[in-house]
Design a protein around this ligand. Sequence first.
Ligand code: FSX
Ligand code: SF4
Ligand code: F3S
Length: 374
Amino acid sequence: MIYGQSLWEAFQRQKLTRRNFVKTCIALTGAMGLSHNLLPEVIARAQERPLIPVIWMHGLECTGCSESFIRSKAPLASDVILKMISLEYDDTLSAASGMDLEHHREKIIKDYSGNYLLIAEGGVPLDHDGYTCTVGGIPYVDALKETGKSAAAVLEFGSCAAWGGIQAAKPNPTNVVSVSDVITNKPIVKVPGCPPIPEVMTGVVMHYILFGQLPPLDSAGRPKQFFGNRIHDTCYRRPFFDSGMFVERLDDAGSKAGWCLYKMGCRGPMTYNSCGNMRWWQGLSYPIQSGSPCIGCSSKGFWDNDPFFERLPNVVTPNTISNADQVGAIAAGATAVGIAVHAGANILRHKLSDDKDNQNRNSDGNNTTIGGDL
Ligand code: FSX
Ligand code: SF4
Ligand code: F3S
């Protein structure tokens, strides 16, 4: 339990150096999507602000969000869990289990009423009185409401918590809803993605812990610094889109050359997330870089957007003048014009060269070529 200490105090207690602390603050500043100019502010907060307890709950989901979170590298998830937050309850990560753990959750709710952070992962089923998902013998929806009632703020981690997720796919047999459909009177932030990028999750948690408030949100309730751009806006394949160079089959030459995946059903033009600039596993890759079109896993209702590999109709972007077919036709037309101009120039230069030859031949009787072949 590190509740009540500042991050700096927690580091000192664990005999970690000041240098280590400052390095962590640098990593945190980046993870929170803040400018490095704000590093002194982050250090000041980390020295003064007491850390708060966190309760992390799981509804209907695959636990991929936790799997992603524990792979956060900057900062390391183990550092976040062991040194930066006081993770008091987590159905999957806590060493304790069963009713002991449930009693601990109740104790945190009582002892730290209004002062703990609730992180919720997974959708919330309502039908059958919520009994299709139970925690400690009671419906998840009841445990969630009970925990949310006294929380300072709520983070919805993953598309399941944020929008309902896969289990809400038509016909949504257990009537799954999002966490914010159930907890309506708290500061709440959506961090969608199936799963979300690990550093986005740690960035949002640490923003709340260090600043005591949620980061700036967009109209859908997502942190602007991570969901302000579409995948398409930062995609390294974008020049191919703009040039009308599309993969037509996942095993064709364009695919091997890394052309745009729009015709393979890429949802990048309508999906807001940071995959294009942050990428995954410390910038190693993301679905598009691995050769797969984006399936829009952070978008509301993406699970009903099947077939996933069918192209989006009529995508128009600010930098292009029409849809992919027309862009392709225009690009092909432009290429044809270019080839024609080049060929025309060659013919003209050959002609000039021939004329000059003739002139030379006429003037001195020699057969000298001037200019050579182009
Ligand atoms: Fe959902 Fe998270 Fe997808 Fe899975 O918990 S967002 S199914 S990666 O794990 O909730
Ligand atoms: Fe990248 Fe997809 Fe946009 Fe093509 S359509 S540029 S692959 S995001
Ligand atoms: Fe998801 Fe698309 Fe990123 S599928 S992981 S939002 S590239």
